[in-house]
Design a protein around this ligand. Structure first.
Ligand code: PHB
Length: 359
């Protein structure tokens, strides 16, 4: 029988009861101090029938924040809050990994300690506006990181990984996508450095590979995944040759024997693709498991698995509105429509109140 979305599998050390993954989704509903609440535990545990949950992107340090009401993964209180989430998901037989995030230039002084200037590989202001507690505000020019500061950020990734393991997560996913710090180093539209971390593809990939090595040394390679988005223009991103860049990255990541490589196969937030890209070519260079994401439905997910393109499929928006997405796909049931007015911020409305099939 051909493999499909309902076939069990393993991603490194993590065993999945099916190949339907809940994609990382920013929901801006953490408590004071970036501490996950009972409401967040309810939300994630409602979705525990997924083969794997990837949490919302979670800042690894105070300088990693770029939006209101994000959870963090660097204080004891945050670890205790996340422990409620992992316990609730595990009690229902689910698996959950935490997504490790540093936003880089996609922030604003009002969201950072002591009104700090956001940091980035190069001092290039993004087009557009930051979401702050005071509403939308123009982005500011970020400060270019000195090479001497990079080991401190690697140490923050390590500390956050230790916090995630203490909180009971099954693994971690390094966020190297969507125009945030690690992606800002990768792509040449945001990286104009003239040191060992800029210029050639090898140099632009150096920081990601250093972070990956440190996280792998902390968690074990079979508990670490990475998310990339080779052609996503969101957050004012571009690259002169994304195929060469991300083929190199996929190949270089083979040295780590990771749990999986997760790719956003296009542009998010309706942005479209900036450049043509052959995802299958990149995928074939990567020797491990591949998680495909973006605008898949049940039929396309099954096709991607049967053809060998993907091992598992990550679903984002469908998981906002359908806590029982697995059951709905299994029974060909109608899906609830997600309400985009309640995607970001608020309380249980549009978060934990979407009906299950049997309700
Ligand atoms: C968002 O808040 O729009 C967002 C956050 C993290 C991502 C992508 C989008 O990786």
């Amino acid at each position: 029988m051909a493999l499909d979305l309902f076939s069990p599998t393993t991603l490194g050390a993590i065993s999945l009861k099916n190949r339907i993954v809940m994609a990382p989704l920013t929901r801006n509903r953490a408590g004071e101090g970036g501490v996950p609440q009972d409401l967040n535990a309810t939300y994630y545990s409602q979705r525990a029938s997924a083969g794997l949950i990837v949490t919302e992107a979670t800042p690894i340090s105070p300088m990693g924040h770029g939006y209101p009401a994000l959870p963090g993964i660097y204080t004891d209180a945050q670890v205790a809050g996340w422990r409620k989430v992992t316990d609730a998901v595990h009690a229902k037989g689910g698996k959950i990994v935490l997504q490790l995030w540093h936003v880089g230039r996609i922030s604003h002084p009002s969201l950072l300690p002591n009104n700090a200037q956001p940091v980035a590989p190069s001092a290039i202001k993004p087009a557009g506006q930051a979401f702050t507690y005071q509403g939308l505000v123009d982005y500011v020019e970020p400060r270019a990181l000195d090479a001497s500061e990079l080991p401190g950020i690697v140490a923050d990734f390590v500390h956050a990984t230790q916090c995630a393991l203490t909180a009971g997560f099954d693994g971690v996913e390094i966020h190297a996508a969507n125009g945030y710090l690690l992606d800002q180093f990768l792509r040449d539209g945001t990286n104009k450095r003239t040191d060992n971390y800029g210029g050639s593809i090898e140099n632009r990939a150096r920081f990601l590979l250093e972070v990956t090595k440190a996280v792998v040394d902390t968690a074990g390679s079979d508990k670490v995944g990475i998310r990339i988005s080779p052609v996503n223009p969101f957050n004012d991103m571009q690259d002169g040759n994304p195929q060469a860049l991300f083929n190199y990255v996929a190949n270089a990541l083979n040295q780590f024997n990771l749990a999986y490589l997760h790719a956003v196969e296009g542009g998010i937030h309706g942005g479209g693709d900036s450049e043509p890209f052959n995802f299958d070519e990149m995928r074939k260079l990567f020797k491990g498991s591949y998680m495909a994401n973006l605008a898949y439905d049940k039929a396309r997910g099954n096709e991607a698995i049967a053809s060998g393109h993907a091992n598992v499929i990550a679903y984002g928006v469908p998981y906002i509105g359908n806590p029982d997405l697995v059951e709905r796909y299994k029974t060909n049931a109608v899906l609830n429509q997600a309400d985009d007015a309640t995607f970001y911020g608020g309380s249980e409305k549009g978060y934990t109140d979407y009906p299950f099939l049997n309700q």
